[in-house]
Design a protein around this ligand. Sequence first.
Ligand code: SF4
Length: 358
Amino acid sequence: MDSVPGFEGGFPCCLEFRGSFYGRPVYQIVDPLPLVGHIAFGVIDRGTNVLQVRPTTVCQHSCIFCSVDAGPRSITRASEFIVEPRWLVRWAVEAARFKGGGVEALLDGVGEPLSHPQILSIIRGLKDSGYIARVAVETHGGFLSRRLALELEKAGLDRINLSVDAVDKGLARSLVGVEWYDVERILDTAAWILENTSIDVVLTPVVIPGFNELEVKALIEWARRRGARRKSGWPTGVLIQKYEVHKYGRKIRGVREWGWSRFYTWLRRLEREAKYRLIVEPEELGFEKRPSLEKPYRVGDKVKVIVVGPGWHWGETLAMDFKQYRVIAIVGDKDLKPSQKLSVVIVRDTDNIYVANA
Ligand code: SF4
């Protein structure tokens, strides 16, 4: 399918059709669609000196535990988005300036940031702004190569958060869910990056009960041996993430998610056994509280919006407020048309991410 029913005629502004990805239309987001307000793209501010910068929703991996149901096998997504680089940099830099500069831009998201075709110009734009001190990228590493690493270094990338979940080739491949995933090649490339570039590498595996607890131990050994984290001056080179089940995410049959207390008990035991720091305070990573961006709307507010295109998930529609401050995801009405103006009621406003009912 190359367009979403109801939106075949294109859009008055904001979205340019760029092709399709496994049957889903891919739209490039352009000026003037605001880049604060949506969980899937743009800039997310959680009141610290770290801004999450989300350049794309597209992901070529297909992790069996993906909490955002990304990749070729997605069933919940109606559309994919990539963001026009200069527009993304403009919003990120404006947010960093508001926070007083010295900010980390973490390129992450509900897709694979390195798959954005202009990721190098995004990194360069962020780094050259003078307001962003560090640029990091969160990746599962499928596209990493020595050549790309040299280009990333030249563009100004400071750190790769490498989310590999196992050292065993077969297990890593089955967790990431695509045949071409080669964790040995990825870890070799990461070791080369640590040796030969100014980019740091930190491992960020997801621990899945019953699947890869032992593999995490091997990853800790890899980080220790290779000196992961040294260039950042962090006390650890391994930040373990907990497998979590989300409403729109993929669930592994038969696996029960750990609670936070069980997760931390496991981490503490692993720290003792491996003699390696795994639990760290945000301040030890250079993270600190900073003023949050202005929040123009609250839950319960009635806001006048204009419809700009199809939403990320089925049953969602993208809209922006008349002042063009925020992008808003409207849920619960599938018959909205491009350019339609209507009033919506905000039902979610956490971290300046807006969901509204029509
Ligand atoms: S977990 Fe990350 S890399 Fe894996 S499918 Fe989801 S978005 Fe892609």
